[in-house]
Design a protein around this ligand. Structure first.
Ligand SMILES: [Zn+2]
Length: 121
């Protein structure tokens, strides 16, 4: 039995060493997974911000418009911020770029919108 003790001790130590190797490997794998996941979220977030920047560059030529902020009554029109009609004077209006508004909204017919000259080619 005694001669067996050394080899049993060695087997126990080998077993522990193997468990530590596996523990290190799984710790590194978990770290790498978190790193990849963090990198993916960062890339997605940066891509969203890049798209917003591109949109804003396109919006640079847009008109500044006013839209009523009151809740309740449905909003169907928006007003021209530079020369608003009487309906849009006063508080309760927020400024937007025209391109940010939904297509279901229309320009107020009372505001003095800039003339757009279109040349047929
Ligand atoms: Zn108006």
């Amino acid at each position: 039995m005694y001669k067996n003790v050394e080899s049993r001790k060695q087997a126990l130590l080998d077993q522990r060493a193997q468990a530590r190797r596996e523990g290190r490997e799984s710790a590194v794998e978990a770290f790498l997974r978190r790193g990849r996941s963090a990198q993916e979220s960062l890339s997605k977030r940066l891509a969203i911000l890049d798209r917003e920047e591109t949109l804003d560059r396109e919006r640079r030529a847009d008109l500044l418009v006013l839209m009523r902020q009151s809740v309740g009554a449905p909003r169907r029109v928006y007003h021209f911020a530079e020369r608003p009609c009487g309906f849009a004077r006063g508080r309760g209006f927020a400024e937007y770029l025209e391109g940010d508004l939904s297509d279901s909204l229309d320009r107020c017919s009372s505001c003095r919108w800039p003339m757009v000259l279109e040349f047929a080619s």
